[in-house]
Design a protein around this ligand. Structure first.
Ligand code: MRU
Length: 367
């Protein structure tokens, strides 16, 4: 993404080759600020407080967190301890587990004097792979958008609804759900995006709208509950969301509210697609509703809201009456039968065990 004339990834190494830099996503959309991570503890903190968020970026940050830990102390104990600390930062996005597992398995075989260098190389590789995956998802997803464009009058946009932020900011570059949108837009296909605000943390309003705007993609932010109404009135041609964890059977866990969009899409014959990088598939799980751990976040995210006042000052205000109980499950699970297709780096798949296993045979555990 170009910001102020400079091309950015969402995570990169500083000029010293060891300090990790990120964009502080808690400051969006009001400020673009970068943060330097010099220790594993700082990387863990950045994930925990959501300075970085989004499944693929969480995985990439964790990999750099391991590299920072190996710089401090490259022993076996330090490697295992770093993986434990980083794994505990957030429970739902399986990319965290995937990246840490990969780091642990690979680095434990490396002599300790070479571990820091190997850990940085591995983190760089994970980032490069994420970009390649997203570009491939973009190509496959763009074909779906292009097909819908054929059904439109000249110049009439394909209306895409998305939830949360499965965009550039959720990945190392391009995004998962947004890669097809950016490619379609760049390729001259008229698109318009309905951006769910995505309460309570407003990743749609704060992050997705910001990045679509920066890329010049026409979009409209809507209240979370507006999607069903728009679908009933033929205003949504396709839903594309991301996912934090998808089971081997195609059950999709994503930001809270995704399930309701899938139900509305089914009722209105709107295709519901999920952009799915393979590190987000949890091949050990078959029943998403039963088995995927759902992060329960602080109720203050529901009862308080931050915004900019007319004078430009940021203000955090309470919107729930004192004394009311608040609940804040951060994710929900959309059962596979509501998913039209999974847009992966290896093509668009049906959301079922056979199709997923056929596309990623090397990831299927042999019993
Ligand atoms: O709580 P967050 O902001 O980390 O949740 C992110 C999402 O739910 C995204 O939609 C998902 O990670 C897909 S990101 C490519």
């Amino acid at each position: 993404m170009n910001v102020d004339g400079k091309r950015y990834r969402t995570i990169w190494l500083a000029e010293d080759g060891v300090t990790v830099e990120i964009i502080d996503q808690t400051k969006f959309p009001f400020a673009f600020e970068t943060v330097q991570l010099r220790t594993m503890a700082q990387a863990a903190h950045a994930i925990r407080v959501m300075q970085v968020r989004g499944a693929p970026l969480i995985g990439a940050t964790a990999a750099y967190g391991v590299a920072l830990a190996m710089r401090e102390d490259p022993s076996d104990i330090s490697l295992l301890a770093a993986c434990t600390v980083l794994l505990e930062t957030r429970p739902t996005a399986v990319n965290l587990n995937w990246a840490l597992d990969r780091c642990r398995r690979s680095l434990i075989k490396v002599p300790s004097q070479n571990r820091a260098e190997a850990a940085y190389a591995l983190a760089n590789e994970i980032c490069d792979e994420d970009i390649a995956i997203n570009l491939s998802i973009g190509m496959h997803g763009m074909a779906l958008i292009a097909a819908l464009a054929q059904t439109k009058r000249t110049g009439e946009p394909v209306n895409i609804l998305t939830h949360c932020n499965a965009g550039w900011l959720a990945t190392v570059d391009w995004g998962t759900a947004t890669a097809p949108i950016y490619m379609a837009h760049d390729g001259g296909i008229p698109v318009h995006v309905w951006v769910d605000e995505t309460r309570p943390r407003n990743q749609g309003a704060f992050l997705t709208a910001w990045e679509l705007g920066h890329h010049g993609v026409p979009h409209t932010v809507i209240a979370d509950n507006a999607g069903g109404h728009l679908m009933q009135h033929g205003e949504v041609d396709i839903v594309i969301t991301g996912t934090d964890r998808t089971t081997a059977t195609g059950d999709v866990c994503n930001k809270i509210g995704t399930y309701l969009k899938a139900l509305a899409a089914k009722d209105n014959n709107v295709p519901f697609y999920v952009a799915l990088p393979s590190p987000t598939i949890d091949f050990s799980l078959s029943d998403g509703v039963r088995d995927i751990p759902i992060e329960e976040r602080n109720g203050d995210e529901v009862s308080w809201i931050t915004g900019r006042t007319a004078t430009g000052a940021l203000e955090t205000v309470q919107i729930v009456a004192e004394g009311s109980e608040v609940g804040n499950p951060a994710f929900d699970v959309t059962p596979a039968h509501l998913v039209t297709g999974l847009i992966t780096e290896r093509g668009v798949l049906d959301a079922n065990r056979q199709a997923i296993a056929h596309a990623f045979p090397e990831r299927v555990k042999k019993s």
